[in-house]
Design a protein around this ligand. Structure first.
Ligand code: FUC
Length: 768
């Protein structure tokens, strides 16, 4: 475990859910802890508790009637003639009102009235990010009271314990304030909540079991009352009968699952539950650690850390490193195998109408959530995303057939857990048929990071090739130059409808390139490969330098240098794509930089997070760090949730990715060490990063330069390593499990304790 103690801590209870309460989660359950002294509140929900979809009135997956195909062809022809078409007119013909799209719902709140004097002193509220434990501590009448909470993934329960230093001092009333239509029944020590969502009949239930050490226990007014105990413990489980399977999206009655979770938890000691939870969490969290010179202990409460950011380097490093650790914490807590992927709010929600339904926006937001997964050793947290992509294929296939009379599968701008793969009618954001193609980038990247050929064959390639089939059938020839273009094409949430907007072309390039590589690696489908190669040769690549030196967002030079729109979609090729790199084509990279500078350093939380990644890919560590600072100073709430505003988890996770991109890049196939190290982090280390090519990478640096690089490949590999510490890029031949360390100089040998594996001294060897 790292010597640092990543910890959020506060001197006051939370009043506000969005900005102050602290999140716990196990991928299924999302819990927000308030920590009030007299009335503790643990708001909770379950990730599949979604309204809308089948069963709700008028749900149609957003699909058109086939008749609209004529309108689509008409608009394509019009765009071919006049280049640019007004959004309202396109929406009028192709968009349609959304029916029963639904929204992520709130389940309820565990409410604990603590029966002691209200005048507490020495209050503290904490979230231990290294162990995924929330705590509250205070003193009343000289007695120290403590509370601890966690959400266990192995046990699928929220567990809590309230205790006091003095025996018999814990008296409380515990109940659940549930959704209005729910029934709440108390039987002995168990509170059972159940109900059906009114619009779609989705069945949900939660059970809370209470156990006390000492004292007395009774039921009163629907609550369990404990008096004079040494400690009170509780376990909460919740589930719905949602199933990710098209077309019904309903599965088993969750009663058995919930009862089993409660019975397993109640027959295990608190310490036993805690131990299993911490070990499970640390298996993931400990994969990677970052040291940028932060102090071992947090110098001030977290809200002060945030308000004082920029005032001294101790505070700044503490906050930046904590933001990295916390982002990984949020990903682990909101995305574990067996549930839906992390949505716009991860797994946290206290409303029945959260912003954007807390849905899955797939024109950047869902993808951004998963950018940090592979590089920071959290590939396992991407499982729900891979499953979700799988579940979108059957409805996406129907949408492709109905709306485009096309093979393949397609997803548009936003989706939900019920396979909404069609469109709606907001002129500037409904048209984004490139979403499925973009999603498959994550499948192929998982292969690039792991070289897991079985995954490529069984899971990635089928989804990729079917998405490619859609685009092979739907690209049109641009009559002006004979190239293949996406049409109509809308640069996300920005601008007019045209043919061949940069992002559309870049995404299709990415999909075809990845699919071709995958088919070649698997040695399958020669005819299909030939079709992909031909299409790639004719595809407009979406890379054009315009009149003011910018990378064009559209095929025609329409960019306005004063435009500071938050989406910088035409830079997809720079990140998360791999078409543009300063190492490969300085001209295009410069154009991307001109565009990025024109867009400015502002934007919503996620937009700033994306800009960290862009600047890192441009190898400008100082500007990448400036964007991290902008995000912390202007788009981060006191509980360190990213804010759009409102709260949106993508910015948290996008920032972790950005920090990673500053330290290690591998998208071009080269292990690129410290490509964008900012001057603010002169000395440090990052251990446990993962690079494409299935390699673990540790880097230590001093005075802004790498002093030690350690590589651990999962299999026999040839790797090219690039670092200013090497005079030229090194080609290394490594065997499975072998560790290779490159030291800057003989002097660094002195400080290098673990002489495992091969060791090179950079200054005296050349490996080309
Ligand atoms: C994106 C953005 C908005 C918001 C929404 C959820 O498409 O353009 O800013 O983040 O999704």
């Amino acid at each position: 475990m790292s010597p640092h103690q990543p910890m959020l801590h506060y001197g006051e209870p939370a009043q506000d859910w969005e900005s102050q309460a602290l999140p716990l989660g196990n991928g299924h359950l999302g819990v927000m802890v308030f920590g009030e002294v007299e009335r503790e509140r643990l708001q909770f929900t379950e990730k599949t508790l979604w309204s809308g979809g089948p069963g709700a009135d008028g749900y149609d997956h957003g699909d058109w009637k086939p008749a609209r195909l004529h309108a689509l062809r008409g608009i394509q022809e019009e765009i071919d003639r006049v280049l640019v078409v007004d959004p309202e007119s396109v929406a009028g013909h192709l968009g349609k009102p959304r029916h029963a799209f639904g929204a992520f719902q709130n389940l309820g709140e565990v409410v604990i009235d603590v029966l002691h004097d209200s005048s507490a002193t020495d209050y503290s509220r904490t979230l231990d990010v290294a162990q995924a434990l929330a705590g509250v501590r205070y003193t009343v009448d000289g007695v120290v009271f403590t509370r601890e909470y966690f959400t266990s993934y192995p046990g699928n329960v929220l567990v809590g314990r309230l205790t006091a230093e003095q025996p018999g001092a814990v008296s409380l009333k515990i109940g659940i304030a549930a959704r209005t239509e729910a029934s709440v029944v108390v039987d002995g020590s168990v509170i059972a909540v159940s109900g059906r969502l009114s619009d779609n009949g989705l069945y949900y239930m939660a059970r809370l079991a209470v156990r006390a050490a000492g004292g007395t226990k009774r039921v009163e007014d629907g609550r369990v009352v404990v008096e004079g105990a040494d400690a009170v413990e509780f376990m909460l489980a919740a589930a719905t009968n949602y199933s990710p399977v098209h077309p019904d999206y309903r599965g088993d009655d969750p009663t058995v699952l919930v009862a089993a979770a409660i019975s397993a938890a109640t027959s295990t000691s608190y310490d036993g539950l805690r131990q299993v939870h911490v070990a499970d969490y640390r298996d993931l969290f400990d994969q990677c650690s970052l040291d940028i010179g932060q102090p071992a202990r947090m110098p001030t409460p977290t809200d002060r850390l945030l308000s004082d950011y920029g005032e001294n380097s101790q505070v700044d490093r503490a906050l930046e490193a904590l933001f990295f650790d916390y982002g990984r914490y949020l990903l682990i807590s909101s995305s574990r195998a067996g549930s839906l992927p992390a949505n716009l709010q991860g797994v946290w929600n206290d409303s029945d109408s959260p912003p954007w339904g807390a849905d899955y926006h797939v024109n950047i937001n869902l993808q951004m959530n998963y950018w940090p997964a592979e590089p920071t050793g959290l590939g396992a947290t991407a499982e729900p995303l891979f499953d979700f992509i799988e579940t979108l294929r059957p409805p996406g296939r129907l949408t492709a057939g109905t709306m485009y009379d096309s093979p393949g599968w397609v997803v548009h701008n936003e989706t939900n857990p019920y396979g909404f793969t069609g469109v709606h009618d907001w002129p500037l954001s409904f048209w984004f048929p490139e979403a499925a193609a973009w999603l498959t980038q994550h499948l192929y990247d998982h292969y690039r990071f792991t070289l897991d050929e079985d995954f490529l064959r069984r899971r990635a390639y089928p989804a990729m090739s079917e998405a490619a089939e859609f685009w092979l059938a739907n690209l049109r020839t641009d009559s002006r130059d004979g190239s293949l273009v996406v049409t109509p094409s809308l640069s996300p949430e920005h601008g007019d409808y045209t043919a061949g907007a940069a992002m559309s072309q870049q995404i299709v390039w990415d999909l075809f390139t990845n699919t071709l590589e995958a088919a070649t690696a698997l040695d399958v489908d020669p005819t299909f490969r030939a079709r992909l190669s031909d299409a790639l040769a004719r595809l407009d690549p979406g890379l054009r330098i315009g009149s003011w030196g910018q990378l064009q967002e559209w095929k025609a030079d329409l960019d306005d240098p004063d435009d500071d729109h938050r989406h910088v979609s035409h830079l997809f090729a720079l990140h998360p794509g791999r078409q543009i790199s300063p190492l490969v084509d300085a001209g295009l990279a410069e154009a991307a930089e001109v565009s990025l500078r024109a867009r400015g350093d502002g934007g919503t939380g996620w937009s700033k997070a994306w800009k960290i990644n862009f600047w890192a890919r441009l190898r400008d560590g100082e500007h990448a760090h400036l964007m991290l600072g902008q995000q912390l100073a202007h788009s981060t709430l006191p509980n360190l949730f990213d804010t759009h505003p409102p709260f949106q988890i993508d910015g948290n996770l996008g920032a972790v990715s950005g920090i990673t991109e500053m330290l290690l890049a591998s998208h071009t196939g080269v292990i690129d060490i410290l490509p964008a190290l900012p001057p603010a982090w002169p000395t440090g280390s990052v251990l446990g990063l993962r690079a494409r090519g299935a390699v673990g990478v540790d880097i230590n640096w001093h005075h802004g330069a790498a002093t030690r690089i350690t590589l651990r490949p999962d299999s026999d590999r040839e790797l090219t390593v690039r670092s200013p510490l090497l005079r030229s890029a090194w080609l290394l031949d490594l065997s499975t499990g072998e560790q290779v360390t490159i030291l800057r100089s003989a002097e660094d040998w002195m400080t290098f304790e673990a002489h495992a594996g091969r060791v090179y001294v950079a200054a005296s060897a050349d490996h080309r």
